[in-house]
Design a protein around this ligand. Structure first.
Ligand SMILES: C[S@@+](CC[C@H](N)C(=O)[O-])C[C@H]1O[C@@H](n2cnc3c(N)ncnc32)[C@H](O)[C@@H]1O
Length: 232
């Protein structure tokens, strides 16, 4: 997962990372930051530039390679690990899982308990998910096509129960031909309610939820939900 896509991820992502990062900062990012599922470092590089002490974790070596090239003199500590297993050596003030990292977990409650154990008492845990609405109504049983300078991508989605299986077929351009390469990913569908319950069960006392980069509650057709979670 995220092996072949790593090379094309930034070109194919249409997100406005400056706006998204500014939005996340309104939730009070502070101190030692642990970024989980950092991907190609679009938030990592901005956090480092702003002077935060950052540890950036991802399961994909290929995504971390791209992230490493993006970070300048102020570098984070990059770690290749499963976020569900990773334990930082000291408490951290901010835990960030931006852009769907939690959708890739089969049991987010495991991560929530881990984060509770290493988040400082006045720390903040910020994450977002692609919503059930988006996965079932926008992505499910649909095919998308992207063209880039180096490859074309056919992205086909199949939704069964609470899983979205994604088949990504890359046609990498050669001089007179294409090389076909394929990667599969699985995302899990979670509702706001079940994640809130799992967060409270893990011990968190405060869970605020916002829709689609707003300061207001999610709507029925919000495609992204942001969670801002605290211990006290
Ligand atoms: C959609 S990308 C988001 C990347 C980055 N946060 C961004 O906003 O551009 C999701 C990332 O989560 C990573 N990921 C998925 N499951 C993971 C796990 N169990 N542990 C660590 N990273 C994981 C993937 O490798 C991928 O880089």
């Amino acid at each position: 997962m995220y092996e072949i896509l790593a090379e094309y991820y930034d070109e194919m992502m249409s997100a406005d990372y400056d706006a998204w990062y500014s939005y996340l900062k309104t939730f009070g990012i502070k101190g030692k930051v642990l970024e989980l599922g950092c991907g190609t470092g679009n938030f990592t590089s901005r956090l480092c530039k702003d002077g935060y002490s950052v540890t950036a974790v991802d399961l994909s070596a290929e995504m971390l390679n791209v992230a490493s090239r993006k970070c300048g003199a102020r570098r984070p500590l990059f770690i290749k690990a499963d976020m569900q297993e990773f334990l930082p050596p000291t408490k951290v003030d901010t835990v960030l899982v931006a852009c769907d990292g939690v959708n890739y977990l089969k049991e987010p409650s495991k991560l929530f308990s881990k984060v509770y154990s290493y988040l400082a008492p006045d720390g903040v845990f910020i994450f977002d998910i692609s919503t059930e609405y988006k996965l079932r109504n926008v992505l499910a049983d649909n095919v998308f096509y992207f063209e880039s300078g180096k490859a074309d991508l056919v992205w086909q989605n199949d939704c069964k129960k609470n899983k979205l299986d994604m088949r990504l077929v890359f046609f990498e351009k050669q001089q007179h031909s294409y090389i076909k390469r394929e990667e599969n990913q699985r995302m899990y569908i979670y509702t706001q309610d079940e994640l809130q319950k799992a967060l409270f069960s893990a011990g968190f006392k405060s869970v605020d939820v916002y829709g689609d980069m707003t300061a207001t509650e999610p709507k029925k057709n919000s495609e992204r939900i942001h969670f801002v979670v605290k211990k006290g």
